[in-house]
Design a protein around this ligand. Sequence first.
Ligand code: HEM
Length: 357
Amino acid sequence: MDLTRPLFSISLGASDPHCEGRRLRQAGPVVPVELPGLGAVWAVTTDATARAAMTDSRLTSDIRCRGGSQGTGTLSDRDLIARPGNAGALHPHGGDYELMGRPLTAKQVEDLRPRIEAHVEQALDGLAAQPSGLVDLKEFFAYPLCLRILAERPSLPNLTAVSPLVPVSSTDGQPEAATAADADATSRLIVNAVRGLLRFPYQLELLTTGRYSWASAVKETLRWDPPVAHVLRYATEHLELEGALIRKGDPVLICLAAIGRDEAHFDAERFEITRSPNPNLGFGHGTHGCPGAPIALLIATVVLPALFTRFPRLARAPRAQGLPSMTVDTPQPCLVVVNAHLRDSLDEEIERLLRDV
Ligand code: HEM
């Protein structure tokens, strides 16, 4: 196998990334593929190989180690950095992301709960006020909510003092790129969980009847539909991984979404919150594992029960499945009907949304 001869081409915005994931897994644990915009990459498709890659010091997230030999790519470094999960590429050397001390303690994270709850209540009020009742849950609810929480620096003075999580603010009032990426990932954790729970209602019942914790649903989401579907590394020297000769500068794409649905380990297509143990790589692994995981988990476990309590008849919009989308990692918008009694009068609105997507 050789990076100059990719086996096939993959798309990060595929309408069905899980179908693509299956194809990748079938090809092997480390396979050369073409990624439009980036060129040839090594795709890592198994849990064990991914963990090995993410703890191998010869594989770095420092984008400056990207080799020049695969110069067919058109994605700029900035584009790559802006992708969720590539925040690591910004530091310690990138200059756009400042590490400020040690990670938050469990208590510091827990202290954020009241502020998060207040934001969530406010956002739910906004959702209830949507006139038609049909909304794209990410665009109108989850993303602005997560952005508000994560950008709230004045109320989080301790964070700025001690946390590695607070990005340097921008001067033009726009959310700093890393904050936007973090909010994007956190909001996709929420909508992916909602999608799973609406598709497998018995799982939702296990939660609303208190038999399982919301944390178990979040954990299963990180396996079933991880918000960050891929992360990138670059080889700082030649190395061998599962028989593949990776050359210095080669990009290595670790396919978290494909790994989460590995049939060798899971009855993978089912969203099943009762799995135990339920390992996943949704927050990465090793030294570059996500330092924002505790905050993201807290946000998701506050938002999800509050959402289903306020909107017990939350439903997937009819015919909303299978829509193409311009977003990179979430192939379908999560259109939901918050006021289910309005469903019958929504056909026109749905037609309009279908045309606009
Ligand atoms: C559900 C939400 C989130 C998910 C799924 C997620 C996922 C990830 C993943 C997979 C990585 C590893 C990237 C790699 O290996 O190259 C990562 C790294 C990172 N995440 Fe998150 N993340 C989330 C939320 C957040 C939040 C809320 C923050 C900040 C408040 C954050 C800050 C970071 C930082 C700074 C890194 C880089 C760590 C390093 O390279 O050392 N993330 N994240």
